[in-house]
Design a protein around this ligand. Structure first.
Ligand code: NDP
Length: 254
């Protein structure tokens, strides 16, 4: 039987039951990896073969170390880490409380730091690894009313480069995917639940050169490439996947 590209690899995906995380877990499992989907809540559907759920709060150091102990005991190694857990708070800085600010930094930035920190020893065991963080196009340019979110994604971009510098010499590659609008619960929450949402969504589609938003599967395709051997020289980069949205001149935007 032909060997699958990610056979014998172990992948840990945080936010693994979220919109993008679910698609990533399925894709990596399809490519042969054993996948641990780690998230705050177990999925309400049965997971496909090769995907195992583990509860995780990325903001809590003891929750992260408990997960790593379990992975070390059950799978023995980590080859691929995807830091996809994230939250969004839709506010200007004046409306953002200090609690809001600390909460979003705890998940998006501290979570990426903690999970990566404790995954590294398990990654070193195989002499190679790929860490894929989640930035955003909002780490480069800003949407209105997403001030703290934009700040967290800028921090993830900087952290990605720093981690790539530190761990490249041990053959651990670190990249960030920076999505544009991807159709998930997070995007639905961004659109809200009042007013003419369909017209707003159509306007957003129309402003994209590709005339649609991205899907979680679009993102999973790039994760699969960055995780695998074809990307063996790719590290320290911020991979924007936005249907051409940010390639346009400013006047073309909404
Ligand atoms: P979702 O809200 O669908 O999924 C995020 C997942 O992260 C949820 O399952 C959520 O659990 C989980 N999570 C939140 N807090 C924690 C925590 N403390 N510990 C563990 N898990 C946690 O979002 P997406 O799938 O859309 O987003 C995935 C990543 O992509 C995020 O980093 C996001 O910022 C980024 N991104 C998304 C874009 C989009 O348009 N969708 C655009 C640009 C970037 P719960 O449901 O319980 O909160």
């Amino acid at each position: 039987m032909t060997k699958l590209p990610l056979e014998n690899r172990v992948a840990l995906v945080t936010g693994g039951t979220g919109g993008i995380g679910t698609a990533i877990c399925k894709r990596l499992a399809k490519e042969g990896a054993v996948v641990i989907a780690a998230d705050r809540h177990a999925p309400n559907v049965e997971l496909p073969e090769g995907i195992f759920f583990h509860d995780l709060d990325v903001t809590q150091e003891d929750s992260v170390t408990k997960l790593m102990d379990s992975v070390e005991y059950n799978q023995g190694q980590i080859d691929i880490l995807v830091n996809a857990a994230g939250i969004e708070i839709e506010k200007t800085i004046e409306d953002t409380s200090l609690d809001d600010w600390n909460r979003i930094f705890a998940v998006n930035v501290t979570g990426t730091f903690l999970v990566s920190k404790y995954a590294l020893p398990l990654m070193r065991k195989t002499g190679a690894g790929s860490i894929i963080n989640f930035g955003s196009y909002d780490g480069f340019i800003a949407d209105p009313q997403l001030a703290a979110y934009c700040a967290t994604k800028g921090a993830v971009h900087a952290l990605t480069r720093a981690m790539a510098c530190d761990h490249g010499p041990e053959n651990i590659r670190v990249n960030a995917i920076c999505p544009g609008y991807i159709d998930t619960p997070m995007l639905q929450s961004f659109f809200g639940d009042s007013g003419d949402i369909e017209s707003l969504q159509q306007a957003v589609r129309d402003v994209h050169p590709m005339r649609r938003y991205g899907t979680p599967d679009d993102i999973a395709g790039l994760v699969n490439w960055l995780a695998g051997d074809e990307a063996r020289y790719a590290s320290g980069q911020l991979w924007v996947l936005d249907g051409g949205l940010t390639a346009q001149v400013q006047q073309m935007r909404l």
